[in-house]
Ligand binder design. Structure first.
Ligand code: HEM
Length: 512
């Protein structure tokens, strides 16, 4: 009865004990549970004695993330090598200090600038991606795109962090991709890392402890190599993240903490987006969408002049309407980070619960929005669970002003890269990397689900493809593509089986 959150709707147990929240997160079912709570109790729900989840009103997103309540202790565990970094810093002033060092380097202007090395690096890696798919298309075997895109993302992010010559070459060397598996093993420990750090070693067991040690040894060896081989770049070009950090006084492990975080934050999230987008495009019911993308690419760039031609016009790729619609819809439905982004109330703050009552939150209350739910507001996104890229384009006969107003409203309910001050540092890099990857792949190829991998659901003639579920309860018998592509119910998601097998055919080739 004395709970300060007693007027916030939700189950009694949540108000008096953290057990349900802890159990839900450990069992990988918490995002779905919180989503159900919102459907049942409204926009503001209690999830633990000192914690609420809010949804349904962009005012909350603005107040929490743009006006910048500090991050909760959840993030404190994301330090590396004994040092904090941008992602793990909690206090706003500390974060601002870090942000000043790195923001310009990751700005869209810097990423796109012809003076910098990033463009050339991106184009080179995309060429290698096309080549890897070409190899698989010649053998008529499928390819696991989740590993392929993780390799791309790792190669891109490391070239950026350390300089082109100091990065990885996982696209060219599949035999080195075991490091991605180690990252996945450790990433699955998210519950223990963030909420039970003292029990981490016990929960990890030998295999994961070894994976963590292997990652750290690998990181330190590539960083040390980069320290000894500083890339020579023209005076007008950007330096690597490592060099930028060093210039600002962050040395050795204090700098490495940022790099290791960017590797974790950057490679998996990008791979997840690309995997789900190419999966969606390959589903029988979505093949018309794939064709629409191909038609748009042909219109913009003609047909490839050779099998290794690469579209390198970043500006044009960046503005292709249907490609953008695909990325927006994919990041809505299959957002890489669907879990709550918790912040702490550090000033007087009021929320309005179902029924209209206003409740003042005590300072210290943890408050969050979870992108999974924000992205599924039915009043904003009709058929919210379905993958419909067309919702990001003007409907037939829709007046321009109504279209603009609709997109503005939809955008207010999107947070695939977070929102506000603590929004993703690597967003501009990730976005153009993903656009280049999808544009180049579908310029050369068409894709299909690999029938040796799964029972394929749905038909080309049918309406929208079924929504993909969240959490193991949607896994069924784990035999169809829809079951295999269920999203893991964790802060950062991934496909339940850690794989997605697609077949690629050159345009004009007969699809098997
Ligand atoms: C598609 C790819 C990516 C997605 C979907 C993504 C998503 C996100 C999200 C949702 C957040 C906010 C998390 C929160 O507040 O709980 C975030 C923060 C962050 N991301 Fe990304 N990210 C991506 C790629 C990258 C890349 C490539 C890098 C680095 C090279 C990166 C570095 C960071 C950092 C440093 C932060 C913390 C920013 C801060 O606290 O100021 N991310 N990202």
């Amino acid at each position: 009865m004395l709970s300060p959150l007693r007027h916030i709707p939700g189950p009694y147990l949540n108000r008096v004990s953290v057990l349900r929240a802890l159990h839900g997160q450990r069992a990988r079912s918490w995002i779905s549970s919180v989503h159900q709570l919102h459907l049942q109790y409204g926009n503001v729900v209690v999830v633990a004695p000192n914690e609420i989840s809010v949804n349904g009103d962009p005012k909350y997103l603005h107040d929490i993330y743009v006006k910048n309540f500090p991050k909760s202790q959840f993030y404190g565990q994301f330090g590396n090598h004994g040092h904090p970094n941008m992602f793990s810093s909690l206090a706003n002033d500390v974060h601002l200090r870090y942000k000043r060092v790195l923001t310009a380097l990751y700005s869209k202007l810097a990423i796109f600038s012809p003076k910098n090395t990033t463009r050339a690096n991106l184009v080179e890696k995309i060429g290698q991606l096309v080549q890897a798919v070409d190899d698989s298309s010649r053998t008529n075997l499928g390819i696991d795109v989740y590993s392929l895109f993780a390799s791309l993302a790792m190669d891109v992010v490391l070239a950026f962090e350390l300089g082109a010559s100091n990065g990885t070459d996982l696209l060219l060397r599949p035999d080195k991709r075991h490091i991605i598996i180690s990252h996945r093993q450790v990433a699955l420990m998210g519950f223990w890392t963030t909420l039970m750090p003292r029990l981490w070693n016990w929960a990890a067991g030998t295999t994961i402890l070894q994976a963590a040690q292997k990652i750290e040894a690998w990181q330190l060896s590539i960083y040390s190599h980069a320290e000894n081989n500083v890339p020579a770049v023209p005076a007008t070009a950007n330096v690597s993240t490592l060099e930028a950090l060093k210039k600002h006084g962050y040395k050795e492990r204090a700098a490495y903490s940022f790099l290791s975080d960017n590797i974790f934050a950057g490679h998996e999230t990008t791979a997840i987006q690309l995997t789900y987008l190419t999966y969606e495009l390959s589903r029988p019911a979505n093949l018309a969408k794939q064709q629409r993308l191909v038609d748009g690419l042909r219109e913009a760039f003609g047909v490839p002049g050779s099998s290794d031609a690469v579209i390198d016009d970043l500006e044009r790729v960046d503005t292709l309407p249907y490609l953008n619609a695909l990325l927006d819809e994919n990041s809505r439905v299959h957002t890489s980070i669907p879990g709550a982004e918790p912040r702490v109330v550090d000033r007087p703050y009021l929320v309005t619960v179902r029924g209209g009552r206003t409740v003042a939150l005590p300072r210290g209350t943890t408050i969050s929005c979870q992108p999974y739910s924000v992205h599924r507001q039915r009043e904003v996104f009709p058929d919210a669970y379905l993958f419909i890229p067309e919702r990001w384009l003007a409907y037939e006969g829709e007046p321009e002003d109504e279209f603009r107003a609709r997109i503005k409203r939809q955008t207010k309910f999107m947070m695939p890269f977070g929102k506000g001050v603590r929004m993703c540092l690597g967003m501009n890099l990730a976005l153009i990397e993903m656009k280049l990857a999808v544009a180049n792949l579908y310029w050369h190829y068409q894709s299909r689900l690999c029938s040796d991998w799964c029972e394929i659901s749905g038909r080309a003639s049918e309406g929208p493809a079924n929504p993909i579920g969240m959490g193991e309860s949607s896994q069924g018998r784990n035999t169809t593509d829809e079951e295999k592509m269920v999203m893991v119910d964790t802060y950062t998601t991934r496909p339940l089986n850690d794989e997605c097998w697609l077949e690629w055919y050159r345009h004009g080739e007969v699809v098997q």
